[in-house]
Design a protein around this ligand. Structure first.
Ligand SMILES: *Cc1c(COP(=O)(O)O)cnc(C)c1O
Ligand SMILES: [Zn+2]
Length: 417
């Protein structure tokens, strides 16, 4: 099916630079194969006729569809009923002081309908699949993209086929089953789930929601950058921190920020601090070396959403971080865990391990002088803490058990003094 969309000028391969017309290739560059990730390019002038700071201010749709002029869909497309985006930004002055920063903000993306940032991609991806007339959709995921797709497929009345590592946290698997997806728990790491999903796409012809493969998904993720720009206009932070796995989230946030500068909603851009777990840090190594060669590793971190050994969108993420003047650093698992209660107690935002990973990385970056005293930082908390209560419990230790008596309460209070 080839539906025309005049605001899209083409899709450019990140490797060879070839440009394809909209509708010509839905996924990757046929010359470069699966590594040839495509990037959607727009006619900014055409869009600028209908989209500006003024039109935004008049728009009362408080979801990501307020940015539909900037998305690869017709402006009158019917969006899903599940509300995604326009998540709140919470300021935490006490935490800023503790870290020696000028200001600290957290954007709470765990408040999306299936409780993670991935809803941004699913909302756009499922809407696109529906627009193309597709009935069956698939993805592989460390967990959140899967549970998100399952939710949006359910809403749209589509069939979802989901591939996740058998080790995914139980809550995420529960979401898949509750939403009625066909679930495959793949024995092996995320890379195996990804490959099994890819061969199934070839065999069965399902619509592919894998974020790196499908260029339109990053367009959904860019709405977080669009929002940061709109919400922080006039008080733009110096640094935006985010956890880095495949790279689509980092690349998407950057793309959104850049588009908002192009459309003159903001006049300056922040630096990106992208953070990998020490046990799953192939992109941190590439970044340190200064090239674009990505060496796969055997990934091992309890931040399951970034437990990625072969990042599928690494080049886009590396270019985004470098273009921003930012950095990629790593964080240890224990430091990541310790940030779950620290963020929750300072802001009320309860995030899954990956949702705080970039805060452990922020401390590393401050130590190394990559983020300076007095700078203003916005952190994107990408996933809700209820997604992985086991990780959360490890970060705080067991609660007190007491017999049902006031005496026991008194004794326990004495002990905890
Ligand atoms: C997927 C995910 C990320 C990282 O996104 P990538 O596109 O893989 O880099 C970060 N946080 C959460 C909660 C996620 O689910
Ligand atoms: Zn190519």
């Amino acid at each position: 099916m080839n539906r025309s969309l005049q605001k899209v000028t083409g899709l450019r391969c990140v490797l060879c630079g070839a440009v394809y017309a909209h509708g010509e290739e839905e996924y990757t560059c046929p010359r470069c194969g699966i590594e040839g990730i495509l990037d959607v390019e727009y006619d900014a002038e055409r869009i600028g006729k209908r989209f500006s700071r003024r039109t935004l201010e008049a728009d009362r749709d408080l979801s990501l569809w307020r940015y539909r002029a900037l998305l690869p869909l017709p402006d009158d497309v019917v969006p899903p009923r599940l509300q995604v985006g326009f998540t709140p930004v919470v300021e935490a002055p006490a935490l800023a002081k503790e870290l020696g920063l000028g200001a600290f903000f957290v954007k709470d993306d765990g408040r999306n309908p299936t409780a993670s940032f991935k809803d941004r991609a699913s909302s756009v991806g499922v809407t696109r699949a529906r627009w193309l007339g597709r009935q069956e959709i698939t993805c592989s995921s460390t967990g959140n993209a899967a549970s998100s797709l399952a939710g949006f497929a359910a809403e749209a009345g589509m069939k979802a086929f989901i591939f996740v590592p058998a080790s995914a946290p139980e809550a995420k698997i529960a979401q898949l089953l509750v939403y009625g997806a066909a679930v495959f728990l793949v024995e092996g790491p995320y890379e195996d789930a990804f490959k099994t999903c890819q061969s199934s796409v070839e065999a069965f012809g399902w619509y592919n929601r894998n974020c790196a493969i499908n260029p339109y998904l990053v367009e959904g993720k860019k709405t977080c950058g669009l929002e940061i720009a709109e919400q922080m206009r006039g008080r733009m932070p110096d640094v935006v921190t985010v956890a880095l796995g495949d790279g689509c989230t980092t690349a998407g946030i950057w793309k959104g920020l850049v588009e908002m500068k192009r459309h003159a909603v903001i006049d300056r851009l922040p630096r990106l601090l992208a953070v990998q777990a020490e046990g799953a840090a192939p992109l941190a190594r590439t970044f340190a070396r200064g090239d674009e060669h990505i060496e796969p590793v055997e990934a091992q971190t309890l931040a399951d959403s970034i437990n990625v050994g072969s990042p599928r969108n690494g080049i886009k993420a590396l270019r985004a971080v470098r273009a921003s003047g930012g950095a990629i650093v790593t964080a240890r698992d224990e430091a990541i865990l310790s940030w779950i209660p620290r963020l929750a107690r300072a802001t009320g935002v309860f995030a899954e391990p990956t949702g705080v990973a970039a805060l452990a990385g922020l401390e590393v970056a401050i130590e190394r002088g990559l983020v300076r005293r007095g700078e203003r930082v916005l952190h994107v908390a990408t996933g809700n803490g209820l997604k992985d209560t086991r990780g959360a419990m490890r970060s705080v230790g067991p609660p007190k058990r007491i017999p049902p008596s006031l005496d026991a309460v008194r004794r326990a209070l004495e002990l905890s003094k």
